[in-house]
Design a protein around this ligand. Structure first.
Ligand SMILES: C[S@@+](CC[C@H](N)C(=O)[O-])C[C@H]1O[C@@H](n2cnc3c(N)ncnc32)[C@H](O)[C@@H]1O
Length: 474
Protein backbone atom coordinates (compact mmCIF):
# COMPACT_ATOMS: atom_id res chain seq x y z
CA UNK A 1 0.00 0.00 0.00
CA UNK A 2 1.53 3.28 -1.01
CA UNK A 3 1.46 6.24 1.32
CA UNK A 4 4.09 8.22 -0.45
CA UNK A 5 3.45 10.45 -3.35
CA UNK A 6 3.47 13.98 -4.56
CA UNK A 7 3.68 16.54 -1.79
CA UNK A 8 3.72 20.28 -2.13
CA UNK A 9 4.22 23.02 0.39
CA UNK A 10 1.19 25.27 0.62
CA UNK A 11 2.14 28.94 0.59
CA UNK A 12 0.21 29.84 3.73
CA UNK A 13 1.13 28.45 7.13
CA UNK A 14 3.83 26.19 5.77
CA UNK A 15 1.33 23.37 5.32
CA UNK A 16 2.77 20.46 3.33
CA UNK A 17 -0.22 19.28 1.34
CA UNK A 18 -0.38 15.63 0.21
CA UNK A 19 -1.71 14.96 -3.22
CA UNK A 20 -1.65 11.21 -3.16
CA UNK A 21 -5.26 10.68 -2.11
CA UNK A 22 -7.09 11.92 -5.19
CA UNK A 23 -8.55 8.43 -5.72
CA UNK A 24 -9.99 8.54 -2.22
CA UNK A 25 -11.68 11.91 -2.87
CA UNK A 26 -13.02 10.44 -6.10
CA UNK A 27 -14.36 7.25 -4.59
CA UNK A 28 -16.03 9.12 -1.72
CA UNK A 29 -17.45 11.57 -4.25
CA UNK A 30 -19.01 8.58 -6.00
CA UNK A 31 -20.78 7.76 -2.73
CA UNK A 32 -22.21 11.27 -2.45
CA UNK A 33 -19.52 13.12 -0.48
CA UNK A 34 -19.26 16.71 -1.61
CA UNK A 35 -16.41 17.95 0.60
CA UNK A 36 -18.28 21.23 1.01
CA UNK A 37 -15.73 22.40 3.59
CA UNK A 38 -12.78 21.86 1.23
CA UNK A 39 -10.82 19.59 3.53
CA UNK A 40 -7.32 18.66 2.41
CA UNK A 41 -4.75 16.17 3.63
CA UNK A 42 -1.36 17.52 4.73
CA UNK A 43 1.73 16.22 6.46
CA UNK A 44 2.23 17.77 9.87
CA UNK A 45 5.49 17.30 11.71
CA UNK A 46 4.12 16.26 15.12
CA UNK A 47 1.11 14.23 14.06
CA UNK A 48 1.80 12.76 10.65
CA UNK A 49 -0.99 13.16 8.13
CA UNK A 50 -3.84 15.39 9.21
CA UNK A 51 -6.49 17.71 7.77
CA UNK A 52 -6.77 21.41 7.11
CA UNK A 53 -8.98 23.69 5.08
CA UNK A 54 -8.26 26.92 3.24
CA UNK A 55 -11.40 28.33 4.84
CA UNK A 56 -11.83 28.77 8.58
CA UNK A 57 -14.61 27.46 10.80
CA UNK A 58 -16.83 29.27 13.29
CA UNK A 59 -17.99 27.69 16.52
CA UNK A 60 -20.93 25.43 15.67
CA UNK A 61 -19.85 24.79 12.06
CA UNK A 62 -20.02 21.33 10.53
CA UNK A 63 -16.50 20.27 9.56
CA UNK A 64 -17.37 17.16 7.60
CA UNK A 65 -20.51 15.36 6.51
CA UNK A 66 -19.73 11.87 5.28
CA UNK A 67 -22.34 9.61 3.65
CA UNK A 68 -23.20 6.73 5.97
CA UNK A 69 -22.66 4.36 3.05
CA UNK A 70 -18.96 5.22 3.02
CA UNK A 71 -18.45 3.94 6.58
CA UNK A 72 -17.30 0.36 7.12
CA UNK A 73 -19.53 -0.95 9.88
CA UNK A 74 -21.41 -4.05 10.93
CA UNK A 75 -23.92 -3.14 8.24
CA UNK A 76 -21.24 -3.38 5.53
CA UNK A 77 -20.11 -6.73 6.90
CA UNK A 78 -23.59 -8.24 7.15
CA UNK A 79 -24.46 -7.09 3.63
CA UNK A 80 -21.30 -8.44 2.01
CA UNK A 81 -22.31 -11.88 0.78
CA UNK A 82 -18.87 -12.67 -0.61
CA UNK A 83 -17.36 -12.10 2.84
CA UNK A 84 -19.98 -14.30 4.44
CA UNK A 85 -19.11 -17.00 1.94
CA UNK A 86 -15.63 -17.13 3.49
CA UNK A 87 -17.12 -18.65 6.63
CA UNK A 88 -18.17 -22.16 7.42
CA UNK A 89 -21.85 -21.45 8.03
CA UNK A 90 -22.36 -24.50 10.27
CA UNK A 91 -19.41 -23.55 12.46
CA UNK A 92 -20.67 -19.98 12.63
CA UNK A 93 -24.17 -21.16 13.50
CA UNK A 94 -22.73 -23.33 16.27
CA UNK A 95 -21.00 -20.36 17.80
CA UNK A 96 -22.69 -19.41 20.99
CA UNK A 97 -23.96 -15.91 21.55
CA UNK A 98 -21.28 -13.59 22.83
CA UNK A 99 -18.26 -15.43 21.48
CA UNK A 100 -17.16 -12.98 18.80
CA UNK A 101 -15.45 -9.66 19.45
CA UNK A 102 -16.68 -7.02 17.00
CA UNK A 103 -13.34 -5.21 16.73
CA UNK A 104 -11.71 -8.47 15.62
CA UNK A 105 -14.45 -9.17 13.09
CA UNK A 106 -13.99 -5.68 11.67
CA UNK A 107 -10.22 -6.28 11.53
CA UNK A 108 -10.76 -9.50 9.59
CA UNK A 109 -13.11 -7.68 7.23
CA UNK A 110 -10.42 -5.08 6.60
CA UNK A 111 -7.98 -7.86 5.69
CA UNK A 112 -10.58 -9.41 3.41
CA UNK A 113 -10.98 -6.06 1.61
CA UNK A 114 -7.21 -5.76 1.36
CA UNK A 115 -6.90 -9.19 -0.23
CA UNK A 116 -9.67 -8.57 -2.75
CA UNK A 117 -8.31 -7.83 -6.21
CA UNK A 118 -10.91 -5.31 -7.28
CA UNK A 119 -11.97 -3.91 -3.96
CA UNK A 120 -14.02 -0.72 -4.26
CA UNK A 121 -12.25 0.25 -1.03
CA UNK A 122 -8.76 0.19 -2.59
CA UNK A 123 -8.28 3.97 -2.32
CA UNK A 124 -9.23 3.84 1.36
CA UNK A 125 -6.93 0.90 2.05
CA UNK A 126 -4.08 2.88 0.48
CA UNK A 127 -4.68 5.68 2.97
CA UNK A 128 -4.11 3.46 6.02
CA UNK A 129 -0.53 3.42 7.38
CA UNK A 130 1.51 0.25 6.99
CA UNK A 131 2.56 0.29 10.63
CA UNK A 132 1.54 1.78 13.93
CA UNK A 133 3.49 3.29 16.81
CA UNK A 134 1.58 1.66 19.67
CA UNK A 135 3.95 0.04 22.21
CA UNK A 136 2.45 -3.31 21.19
CA UNK A 137 4.87 -3.23 18.25
CA UNK A 138 7.96 -2.60 20.37
CA UNK A 139 10.76 -5.16 20.04
CA UNK A 140 11.28 -7.68 22.85
CA UNK A 141 14.35 -5.79 24.02
CA UNK A 142 12.39 -2.55 24.15
CA UNK A 143 9.52 -4.20 25.99
CA UNK A 144 11.88 -5.28 28.74
CA UNK A 145 12.43 -1.59 29.42
CA UNK A 146 8.83 -0.41 29.46
CA UNK A 147 7.08 0.53 32.71
CA UNK A 148 4.84 -2.04 34.37
CA UNK A 149 1.61 -0.19 33.77
CA UNK A 150 2.20 -0.20 30.02
CA UNK A 151 3.44 -3.78 29.93
CA UNK A 152 0.50 -5.14 31.87
CA UNK A 153 -2.01 -3.64 29.48
CA UNK A 154 -0.02 -4.77 26.46
CA UNK A 155 -0.18 -8.33 27.74
CA UNK A 156 -3.96 -8.00 27.91
CA UNK A 157 -4.07 -6.61 24.37
CA UNK A 158 -1.97 -9.52 23.19
CA UNK A 159 -4.25 -12.11 24.78
CA UNK A 160 -7.33 -10.57 23.19
CA UNK A 161 -5.72 -10.39 19.76
CA UNK A 162 -4.40 -13.94 19.78
CA UNK A 163 -7.60 -15.45 21.18
CA UNK A 164 -9.79 -13.74 18.62
CA UNK A 165 -7.49 -14.55 15.76
CA UNK A 166 -7.59 -18.26 16.59
CA UNK A 167 -11.35 -18.14 17.04
CA UNK A 168 -11.96 -16.48 13.69
CA UNK A 169 -9.60 -18.82 11.88
CA UNK A 170 -11.49 -21.80 13.26
CA UNK A 171 -14.69 -20.79 11.45
CA UNK A 172 -13.23 -19.73 8.11
CA UNK A 173 -13.38 -21.90 5.04
CA UNK A 174 -11.73 -19.47 2.69
CA UNK A 175 -8.19 -20.67 2.09
CA UNK A 176 -6.66 -17.27 1.55
CA UNK A 177 -8.19 -15.83 4.69
CA UNK A 178 -7.29 -18.92 6.65
CA UNK A 179 -3.71 -18.46 5.51
CA UNK A 180 -3.61 -14.91 6.87
CA UNK A 181 -0.85 -14.65 9.40
CA UNK A 182 -1.07 -13.19 12.85
CA UNK A 183 1.07 -10.20 11.88
CA UNK A 184 -1.44 -9.04 9.28
CA UNK A 185 -4.24 -9.51 11.82
CA UNK A 186 -2.32 -7.36 14.32
CA UNK A 187 -1.96 -4.64 11.70
CA UNK A 188 -5.71 -4.74 10.99
CA UNK A 189 -6.58 -4.84 14.69
CA UNK A 190 -4.61 -1.65 15.34
CA UNK A 191 -5.88 -0.01 12.15
CA UNK A 192 -9.37 -0.44 13.59
CA UNK A 193 -8.27 0.57 17.08
CA UNK A 194 -6.56 3.78 16.05
CA UNK A 195 -8.87 4.87 13.25
CA UNK A 196 -12.47 3.94 14.00
CA UNK A 197 -15.31 6.21 15.06
CA UNK A 198 -18.15 5.56 17.46
CA UNK A 199 -21.52 4.56 16.05
CA UNK A 200 -24.66 4.13 18.11
CA UNK A 201 -25.36 0.37 18.04
CA UNK A 202 -29.14 0.91 18.13
CA UNK A 203 -28.91 2.77 14.82
CA UNK A 204 -27.08 -0.17 13.26
CA UNK A 205 -29.64 -2.57 14.66
CA UNK A 206 -32.38 -0.43 13.19
CA UNK A 207 -30.72 -0.31 9.78
CA UNK A 208 -30.31 -4.09 9.84
CA UNK A 209 -33.84 -4.74 11.06
CA UNK A 210 -35.75 -7.27 8.98
CA UNK A 211 -32.58 -8.48 7.25
CA UNK A 212 -30.98 -11.86 7.87
CA UNK A 213 -27.87 -11.32 9.95
CA UNK A 214 -25.10 -13.80 10.67
CA UNK A 215 -22.73 -12.00 12.99
CA UNK A 216 -24.90 -9.59 15.00
CA UNK A 217 -26.26 -12.27 17.33
CA UNK A 218 -22.84 -13.82 17.98
CA UNK A 219 -21.16 -10.65 19.23
CA UNK A 220 -19.95 -10.31 22.79
CA UNK A 221 -19.59 -6.52 22.54
CA UNK A 222 -21.70 -3.83 20.91
CA UNK A 223 -20.91 -3.24 17.21
CA UNK A 224 -20.26 0.41 18.03
CA UNK A 225 -17.17 1.03 15.89
CA UNK A 226 -16.90 1.89 12.22
CA UNK A 227 -14.04 2.80 9.95
CA UNK A 228 -14.61 6.22 8.45
CA UNK A 229 -12.55 6.81 5.30
CA UNK A 230 -10.90 10.23 5.06
CA UNK A 231 -12.46 11.32 8.37
CA UNK A 232 -9.84 9.12 9.99
CA UNK A 233 -7.16 11.62 8.99
CA UNK A 234 -8.21 13.87 11.88
CA UNK A 235 -5.65 13.94 14.68
CA UNK A 236 -6.38 14.39 18.37
CA UNK A 237 -5.90 17.40 20.57
CA UNK A 238 -7.01 17.57 24.20
CA UNK A 239 -8.19 21.15 23.66
CA UNK A 240 -10.33 20.40 20.62
CA UNK A 241 -14.06 20.50 21.15
CA UNK A 242 -15.87 18.49 18.53
CA UNK A 243 -19.04 16.47 18.53
CA UNK A 244 -20.27 13.89 16.10
CA UNK A 245 -23.79 12.87 15.22
CA UNK A 246 -25.84 11.33 12.47
CA UNK A 247 -27.77 13.74 10.27
CA UNK A 248 -31.03 12.04 11.25
CA UNK A 249 -31.81 11.28 14.90
CA UNK A 250 -32.57 7.74 15.97
CA UNK A 251 -36.18 8.68 16.68
CA UNK A 252 -36.72 10.22 13.22
CA UNK A 253 -34.94 7.30 11.61
CA UNK A 254 -37.29 4.89 13.37
CA UNK A 255 -40.30 6.80 12.04
CA UNK A 256 -38.87 6.93 8.53
CA UNK A 257 -38.06 3.26 8.76
CA UNK A 258 -41.65 2.38 9.63
CA UNK A 259 -42.84 4.31 6.60
CA UNK A 260 -40.12 2.74 4.50
CA UNK A 261 -38.76 6.17 3.60
CA UNK A 262 -35.10 6.24 4.60
CA UNK A 263 -33.47 9.27 3.06
CA UNK A 264 -29.74 9.87 2.83
CA UNK A 265 -27.95 9.53 6.11
CA UNK A 266 -24.65 11.30 6.95
CA UNK A 267 -22.07 11.04 9.72
CA UNK A 268 -21.35 14.62 10.77
CA UNK A 269 -18.69 16.30 12.85
CA UNK A 270 -19.13 19.78 14.38
CA UNK A 271 -16.64 22.07 16.07
CA UNK A 272 -17.56 24.08 19.18
CA UNK A 273 -14.49 26.29 18.76
CA UNK A 274 -13.41 28.43 15.82
CA UNK A 275 -10.62 27.01 13.63
CA UNK A 276 -8.43 29.42 11.59
CA UNK A 277 -7.90 28.84 7.87
CA UNK A 278 -4.89 26.68 6.93
CA UNK A 279 -4.34 25.41 10.47
CA UNK A 280 -4.55 21.72 11.27
CA UNK A 281 -8.10 20.78 12.32
CA UNK A 282 -8.01 18.62 15.41
CA UNK A 283 -10.79 16.62 16.97
CA UNK A 284 -11.02 15.09 20.42
CA UNK A 285 -10.79 11.30 20.66
CA UNK A 286 -12.10 11.57 24.24
CA UNK A 287 -10.79 12.41 27.70
CA UNK A 288 -7.68 10.23 27.64
CA UNK A 289 -4.55 10.31 29.75
CA UNK A 290 -1.17 9.67 28.15
CA UNK A 291 -0.94 5.96 29.00
CA UNK A 292 -4.24 5.36 27.26
CA UNK A 293 -3.20 7.50 24.28
CA UNK A 294 0.05 5.63 24.00
CA UNK A 295 -1.41 2.14 24.38
CA UNK A 296 -4.39 2.65 22.12
CA UNK A 297 -3.17 5.25 19.62
CA UNK A 298 0.63 5.17 19.80
CA UNK A 299 1.32 8.73 20.93
CA UNK A 300 1.12 10.94 23.98
CA UNK A 301 0.70 14.66 24.47
CA UNK A 302 3.59 16.60 26.03
CA UNK A 303 1.28 18.84 28.09
CA UNK A 304 -1.86 16.79 28.38
CA UNK A 305 -4.26 18.48 30.83
CA UNK A 306 -6.13 15.17 31.10
CA UNK A 307 -3.08 13.28 32.26
CA UNK A 308 -2.47 11.38 35.47
CA UNK A 309 0.15 8.98 36.79
CA UNK A 310 -1.18 5.47 36.89
CA UNK A 311 0.26 2.53 38.80
CA UNK A 312 -0.45 -1.09 39.61
CA UNK A 313 -0.23 -3.19 42.72
CA UNK A 314 2.98 -4.64 41.26
CA UNK A 315 4.40 -1.11 41.34
CA UNK A 316 3.58 -0.84 45.04
CA UNK A 317 5.30 -4.18 45.64
CA UNK A 318 8.35 -3.06 43.66
CA UNK A 319 8.38 0.13 45.74
CA UNK A 320 8.35 -1.94 48.94
CA UNK A 321 11.25 -4.07 47.70
CA UNK A 322 13.25 -0.99 46.71
CA UNK A 323 12.73 0.92 49.95
CA UNK A 324 15.11 -0.13 52.78
CA UNK A 325 12.61 0.99 55.43
CA UNK A 326 9.70 -0.93 53.97
CA UNK A 327 11.54 -4.04 52.81
CA UNK A 328 11.54 -5.79 56.22
CA UNK A 329 7.77 -5.26 56.60
CA UNK A 330 5.73 -8.46 56.80
CA UNK A 331 2.43 -7.73 55.12
CA UNK A 332 -0.33 -10.22 55.90
CA UNK A 333 -1.35 -12.27 52.83
CA UNK A 334 -4.99 -11.74 53.74
CA UNK A 335 -4.60 -8.05 52.92
CA UNK A 336 -3.55 -8.80 49.35
CA UNK A 337 -6.37 -11.32 48.99
CA UNK A 338 -8.86 -8.74 50.24
CA UNK A 339 -7.54 -6.13 47.77
CA UNK A 340 -7.82 -8.61 44.88
CA UNK A 341 -11.28 -9.88 45.89
CA UNK A 342 -12.66 -6.34 45.97
CA UNK A 343 -10.82 -5.05 42.87
CA UNK A 344 -9.16 -2.38 44.98
CA UNK A 345 -5.94 -2.78 43.00
CA UNK A 346 -7.60 -1.12 40.00
CA UNK A 347 -7.75 2.63 39.39
CA UNK A 348 -4.60 3.43 41.33
CA UNK A 349 -3.27 6.82 40.29
CA UNK A 350 -1.90 10.25 41.18
CA UNK A 351 -3.30 13.38 39.59
CA UNK A 352 -1.47 16.71 39.28
CA UNK A 353 -2.35 18.87 42.27
CA UNK A 354 -1.26 16.44 44.99
CA UNK A 355 -4.21 14.15 44.59
CA UNK A 356 -4.37 10.41 44.84
CA UNK A 357 -7.21 8.15 43.85
CA UNK A 358 -9.58 6.72 46.42
CA UNK A 359 -8.41 3.16 45.76
CA UNK A 360 -4.77 4.19 46.10
CA UNK A 361 -5.44 5.80 49.49
CA UNK A 362 -7.32 2.65 50.57
CA UNK A 363 -4.57 0.26 49.36
CA UNK A 364 -1.82 2.23 51.08
CA UNK A 365 -3.80 2.35 54.32
CA UNK A 366 -4.67 -1.35 54.16
CA UNK A 367 -1.11 -2.42 53.43
CA UNK A 368 0.86 -0.07 55.64
CA UNK A 369 -1.36 1.31 58.40
CA UNK A 370 -4.17 -1.02 59.40
CA UNK A 371 -2.83 -3.64 61.79
CA UNK A 372 -6.09 -5.46 62.40
CA UNK A 373 -6.96 -7.73 59.49
CA UNK A 374 -10.58 -7.92 60.72
CA UNK A 375 -10.90 -4.17 60.08
CA UNK A 376 -10.14 -4.31 56.35
CA UNK A 377 -13.77 -3.93 55.35
CA UNK A 378 -14.18 -0.83 57.51
CA UNK A 379 -11.12 0.79 55.94
CA UNK A 380 -12.14 -0.09 52.41
CA UNK A 381 -15.80 0.81 52.55
CA UNK A 382 -16.02 3.30 55.39
CA UNK A 383 -15.10 6.98 55.39
CA UNK A 384 -12.11 8.02 53.31
CA UNK A 385 -9.02 6.92 55.28
CA UNK A 386 -7.12 9.82 56.94
CA UNK A 387 -4.18 11.03 54.88
CA UNK A 388 -1.68 11.82 57.59
CA UNK A 389 -0.53 8.22 58.12
CA UNK A 390 0.10 7.66 54.40
CA UNK A 391 1.26 11.13 53.33
CA UNK A 392 4.97 10.39 53.40
CA UNK A 393 4.55 6.95 51.81
CA UNK A 394 2.44 8.30 48.97
CA UNK A 395 4.97 10.99 48.23
CA UNK A 396 7.84 8.50 48.15
CA UNK A 397 5.80 6.17 45.98
CA UNK A 398 5.13 8.95 43.44
CA UNK A 399 8.84 9.80 43.35
CA UNK A 400 9.65 6.10 42.89
CA UNK A 401 7.30 5.94 39.90
CA UNK A 402 8.76 9.06 38.34
CA UNK A 403 12.26 7.65 38.69
CA UNK A 404 11.05 4.45 37.02
CA UNK A 405 9.76 6.41 34.03
CA UNK A 406 13.04 8.23 33.67
CA UNK A 407 14.98 4.98 33.99
CA UNK A 408 12.80 3.40 31.32
CA UNK A 409 13.40 6.32 29.00
CA UNK A 410 17.19 6.27 29.61
CA UNK A 411 17.35 2.50 29.03
CA UNK A 412 15.43 2.83 25.76
CA UNK A 413 17.70 5.64 24.67
CA UNK A 414 20.69 3.33 25.02
CA UNK A 415 19.23 0.68 22.70
CA UNK A 416 20.33 0.79 19.10
CA UNK A 417 17.74 1.40 16.35
CA UNK A 418 14.58 2.07 18.30
CA UNK A 419 11.32 1.07 16.63
CA UNK A 420 8.87 3.94 16.06
CA UNK A 421 6.80 2.62 19.00
CA UNK A 422 9.68 2.79 21.46
CA UNK A 423 10.87 6.10 20.09
CA UNK A 424 7.55 7.75 20.86
CA UNK A 425 7.57 6.39 24.38
CA UNK A 426 11.13 7.44 25.10
CA UNK A 427 10.79 10.91 23.63
CA UNK A 428 8.27 11.98 26.20
CA UNK A 429 10.00 10.41 29.17
CA UNK A 430 13.42 11.86 28.71
CA UNK A 431 14.86 13.00 32.02
CA UNK A 432 14.11 16.65 32.50
CA UNK A 433 11.27 16.52 30.04
CA UNK A 434 8.69 16.17 32.73
CA UNK A 435 5.71 13.97 32.73
CA UNK A 436 3.35 13.24 30.05
CA UNK A 437 0.43 11.03 30.67
CA UNK A 438 -2.22 9.44 28.69
CA UNK A 439 -4.76 10.19 26.22
CA UNK A 440 -8.40 9.63 26.43
CA UNK A 441 -10.34 6.45 26.54
CA UNK A 442 -13.59 5.95 24.74
CA UNK A 443 -15.99 8.63 25.78
CA UNK A 444 -15.71 11.17 28.55
CA UNK A 445 -14.58 9.55 31.76
CA UNK A 446 -16.18 10.30 35.10
CA UNK A 447 -14.10 12.65 37.25
CA UNK A 448 -11.66 10.45 39.16
CA UNK A 449 -12.43 9.89 42.81
CA UNK A 450 -9.41 11.49 44.44
CA UNK A 451 -8.02 12.49 47.75
CA UNK A 452 -5.77 15.47 48.47
CA UNK A 453 -2.26 14.38 49.34
CA UNK A 454 -1.58 17.70 50.95
CA UNK A 455 2.20 17.77 50.68
CA UNK A 456 3.71 19.91 48.07
CA UNK A 457 6.13 17.36 46.76
CA UNK A 458 3.94 16.16 43.95
CA UNK A 459 2.92 19.72 43.23
CA UNK A 460 6.59 20.66 42.98
CA UNK A 461 7.32 17.79 40.66
CA UNK A 462 4.45 18.76 38.40
CA UNK A 463 5.25 22.45 38.50
CA UNK A 464 8.93 21.97 37.74
CA UNK A 465 8.11 19.72 34.87
CA UNK A 466 5.39 21.93 33.56
CA UNK A 467 7.68 24.97 33.72
CA UNK A 468 9.86 23.09 31.31
CA UNK A 469 6.73 22.88 29.20
CA UNK A 470 6.52 19.15 29.26
CA UNK A 471 5.13 16.24 31.04
CA UNK A 472 6.34 12.77 31.90
CA UNK A 473 4.98 10.93 28.96
CA UNK A 474 4.86 7.24 28.89
C1 LIG B 1 -7.13 8.56 13.26
S1 LIG B 1 -5.45 8.52 12.87
C2 LIG B 1 -5.11 10.17 12.36
C3 LIG B 1 -4.32 10.25 11.04
C4 LIG B 1 -2.88 9.83 11.10
N1 LIG B 1 -2.05 10.90 11.61
C5 LIG B 1 -2.32 9.37 9.75
O1 LIG B 1 -1.18 9.71 9.42
O2 LIG B 1 -3.00 8.65 9.05
C6 LIG B 1 -4.81 8.38 14.46
C7 LIG B 1 -3.33 8.30 14.54
O3 LIG B 1 -2.75 9.57 14.28
C8 LIG B 1 -1.66 9.84 15.17
N2 LIG B 1 -2.04 10.98 16.01
C9 LIG B 1 -3.28 11.47 16.27
N3 LIG B 1 -3.23 12.55 17.04
C10 LIG B 1 -1.93 12.78 17.30
C11 LIG B 1 -1.22 13.75 18.07
N4 LIG B 1 -1.84 14.73 18.71
N5 LIG B 1 0.13 13.66 18.12
C12 LIG B 1 0.79 12.67 17.49
N6 LIG B 1 0.18 11.71 16.74
C13 LIG B 1 -1.17 11.78 16.65
C14 LIG B 1 -1.46 8.56 15.95
O4 LIG B 1 -0.53 7.78 15.29
C15 LIG B 1 -2.82 7.91 15.91
O5 LIG B 1 -2.79 6.52 16.06
Amino acid sequence: MGRTGRRRRCRRNNVVECYEHTELYRSLGGLGWENGTELRVANFEETGKGLFSRRGFKAGDCIISLPFESLISLKSIEEDEAFLACFNKDALADFSKGELQFQSLLALYLIYLRLEDNSPRKAYLNSIPESFTTPYFCSKLEMANLPNVVLKQMVQQNEIIKQNFTLLQSILNNDSLQAVDLDLFKWAYFAVNTRSVYLEPRVLKLLLKGKTTFFAEKLKDEPNMALAPFLDFFNHNAGAETTSKLSISYESLTKQFKKNQITHLYYELFTSKPVPPFSQIFISYGTHNNTKLLLEYGFSLPANPQDFLELTLDDINAFIRADPELRPLKIHREKYRFIADHSLGEQLFFVPGDLLSHNLAVCLTLLFVEQNIYQLRTVAFGELPPLDPIRDLATRLAQFKLRELETSSRALAKLPDLTASAFDHRRHNEPGKGFSWRFASSGPSAPPKTTALGTNVLGDIFRKRQQKACCINY
